[in-house]
Design a protein around this ligand. Structure first.
Ligand code: 4IA
Length: 403
């Protein structure tokens, strides 16, 4: 007879540290071993249960009552460990508290609000694309992925003009902080204080320009949809989740296209594929690679049971390359693939609330380039950027041939 407590010992166990530099640089061989080991595995290095297959990752993301977020979406268990900052009211919360907050944010970031930004965002995208094509060679990270979101997003939020250079370091900090107490996390936290001070100040009502997302969050508080204490925390969520993610998404898309010139040709012939190219790139090289949940009760998974109170690591980037879901060519980047349904934006009640904004930014800047550029190729060796959560690049040198 089997009792739940016998079961963990029967689970496959992998000695790897998914947060060591080797795995962060090239996670895919590890992902394959994790998926092939079984639907559920142990990672004793960090005392974790782990899932790398699409079906189980998606099911866990969908079951918010069992796989809770309120004990932290990183390795730290807020029931035991002190969070590095006051927990997010959105990401690190569960129903019922999460519900009103999320509903207010749905309103702030509603498709109608996003559509109003389209004309202004288009103008900036066209201007940047034109300038890059004239240069002929550029760095797709430093000159594009880090430039476009920072030209449009801070204004859309209504942030102060000075101090915006803190946004990328804050993202890097927040995403490293989800990981274990390793060198990346310690280094990020060591230089955090001035960055955090600017972020906190920028979330206050009087720092935010009228008409922006920030002001709309405060207006939701005036209406009583959320409290005035919650408002700055929700502005903080925008600043945590809204910059580095889109920068990495754009950088990864450009890397994917530059390393597959035939795929760029398809995009050039049909710039309306831009949205599909972005989705496929998010699937193929997911910016947010991993997320944690905590089991609120014993959780049956694939015939085993994860005991209550366990930290569970969900490998979004692995689920998005699972051949059981995507077919034998899951590792291939193909803009013609039906990539919708990937879990790069998460799934369920926590699925990315800023998704329409991220998609608008990506679609506009990619289409602006696709129309002007016949051919893209790598002009040097891309340099990975290591982060405990985000997969991306510090540098992707490219050369472009004008149409
Ligand atoms: C927040 C998952 C990631 C994109 C994310 C990070 C931070 C927050 C939300 C989402 O601070 O609310």
């Amino acid at each position: 007879m089997t009792t739940p407590t016998d079961l963990p010992a029967t689970l496959p166990s992998l000695p790897d540290d998914p947060f060591d530099a080797g795995v962060l640089t090239d996670p895919y061989p590890f992902h394959r071993r994790l998926r092939d080991a079984g639907p559920l595995a142990l990672l004793p290095r960090h005392n974790l249960h782990a899932m790398g297959r699409f079906d189980e990752v998606k099911a866990a993301l969908g079951d918010w009552a069992t796989f809770v977020s309120g004990r932290g979406a990183g390795l730290a268990d807020f029931a035991r460990d002190k969070p590095w900052r006051p927990p997010s009211l959105l990401l690190e919360a569960d129903p019922p508290a999460h519900t009103a907050v999320r509903s207010a944010m749905n309103g702030v970031l509603a498709p109608r609000e996003i559509r109003a930004l389209r004309a202004g965002f288009t103008q900036v995208a066209e201007e940047i694309a034109q300038h890059l094509v004239e240069r002929g060679a550029f760095d797709a990270v430093r000159d594009l992925a880090e430039v476009y979101p920072l030209r449009v997003f801070p204004d859309a939020v209504g942030l102060p003009a000075t101090g915006r250079e803190n946004l990328l370091p804050y993202g890097s900090l927040a995403f490293n902080a989800f990981g274990p107490d390793n060198e990346l996390r310690r280094a990020a936290l060591a230089s955090a204080a001035p960055v955090q001070d600017w972020i906190l100040a920028s979330c206050q009502r009087d720092a935010l320009a009228p008409g922006g997302f920030g002001a709309r969050i405060w207006a939701a508080a005036d209406r009583g949809d959320i409290t005035h204490e919650q408002a700055p925390m929700l502005v903080r969520s925008l600043l945590s989740a809204g910059v580095d993610t889109t920068v990495h998404g754009l950088a990864n898309t450009m890397y994917a296209l530059a390393s597959h010139p035939g795929q760029w040709e398809l995009l050039h012939e049909q710039p309306r594929l831009a949205a599909f190219a972005f989705d496929e790139a998010l699937r193929w090289e997911s910016p947010v690679q991993t997320f944690f949940r905590t089991t609120a009760r014993d959780a049956p998974v694939a015939g085993a049971v994860i005991p209550a109170g366990s930290k569970v690591l969900l490998f979004l980037g692995s689920a998005n390359r699972d051949p059981r879901r995507w077919g034998a060519d899951a590792d291939q980047f193909d803009v013609r693939r039906r990539a919708a349904g990937h879990v790069a934006f998460g799934m369920g009640i926590h699925q990315c609330v800023g998704q329409p904004l991220a998609r608008l930014e990506a679609e506009l800047v990619l289409a602006a380039l696709a129309r002007r550029v016949r051919r893209v190729e790598l002009a040097g060796t891309p340099v990975p950027r290591l982060n405990n959560t985000l997969k991306g690049w510090a540098s992707v040198p490219v050369r472009v041939e004008p149409a």
